[in-house]
Design a protein around this ligand. Sequence first.
Ligand code: ATP
Ligand code: MG
Length: 473
Amino acid sequence: MDIKEVLRFADDLVLAKTGKHLDRLQEAVLLASWQSQRYSQLAKEFHCTERHVGNMASKLWQTLSKILDKNVTKSNFRSTMERYQVSHNSNFLNSNFLEQGNINFCTEISHPPNAQQKSPPEQTSTEGDTEQKQRLDLRDAPTLRTFYDRTSSPLTTLETWIVEQNCRLLTITGISGIGKSAIARNLIPQIQTQFDRIIWRSLRTSPPLETTLKNLIQFLSNQNPPLPRGGEGGVFPANTDAQLSILIETLRENRCLIILDDVQQILSSGQLAGHYKPEKNYGTLFKLIGEIPHNSCLILNSWEPPSDILTFTDDNSAVCLLQLTGLGEAATEILREKGLLDEEYWPELIELYQGNPLWLKLVAQTINNLFSGRVSQYLSYQPVFLGDELTPILQQHYQRLSEIEKQAIALISNETEPVSFTLLMSKCQGSQVELFKAIQSLDRRGIIAKLSCESETVFTIPPVLKQYVQMIL
Ligand SMILES: Nc1ncnc2c1ncn2[C@@H]1O[C@H](COP(=O)(O)OP(=O)(O)OP(=O)(O)O)[C@@H](O)[C@H]1O
Ligand SMILES: [Mg+2]
């Protein structure tokens, strides 16, 4: 176990217990304890008193002691963690505090890790077997990392929709790197006690609907092979309708949370946003989950919303859509984490990269490599630097566009000022209706921004995309 793993592990434990991640000072306390450094050094680094560090650390030790059911202190933190790794590794990995890749497990809620160690989770018998069992399959999910919530707190919005509003179908859209997977992953610890089963699947390989259905039913109904309700003689039904009804029945019987990530991969390229690939008709699945009453929830993460979802979003509080935008001010934490300099220039950098956490991480790396972290020096050069990591991401977005969308953004990219619809009409080929649809589609993809200018709405595209389009034309 290296210190990174220890910090991640401690963060998961504290998050599961308190609902909050470790903050920077708490992480620094753990790091200092691991490396036998003094609190006085931390106090200097964090511009606070040694007493403040001591108080904060003492609370942290109390929390960890309660969770681990052991007295944890600064002096025994490292040895405690190392001992745990050796003697309880498998139990830790199987506990409901940690959801590790490639582990498909069943746990009971609210048991400390040492209670888990007494018997294997699946075989644990509880008094009268009345205790609720929870199953999680997060093998496809990203690991929990430091997460900064935006000022508008979309994380809280998602939680409210699911917990209070009983949202059945929730779509999170946004450009690559904006944090769809991260927010969905960070939502799980906040709401996991509400669900009996949680499964995360990525559609990045664009699997046929039947494969996904089989996969979900197998896990959610806890049958391997799955129960053939609607099928014949113990065979999983080949008929998609029968598979769908098994799934819906399962979603009624247990409160399940399903997260489907990378949903854009089952949508078409070269067309307006949101059309299903003809051979991958997931539409019926999404429609049924959105419309039929049950207590479960399906979250979709996608670069663009499947178009039919928008038709049943209106007037239906059980179907919700969140278009994720940049981190805004919270992005400064990422730049701080990366050790950049010239804090007064950070807002400019954040705006240039739309507060996109992935893009900011990439550019921060460049700034560190080329200019030793000096943001002002980087910003003195034009145009926006895209780099080998960002260019292919932008290319993937560009390639998904229809011809008329490409024309529209080429035109907007060539203008220094935001462009009106009248100007677009005069220069793009295609009818007014086609252009309306194209602009709407670009908006759904999060690729253009609308601005109000005197009495009309004008359109612009963010600097990074503008630079990419100018580069390839
Ligand atoms: N709120 C946040 N705070 C800190 N880091 C974040 C935040 N959101 C995302 N990140 C980081 O930014 C990177 C990209 O995030 P993520 O993978 O969730 O994007 P995405 O929208 O799912 O992209 P894609 O569409 O390509 O899958 C990751 O390294 C993630 O940890
Ligand atoms: Mg993602």
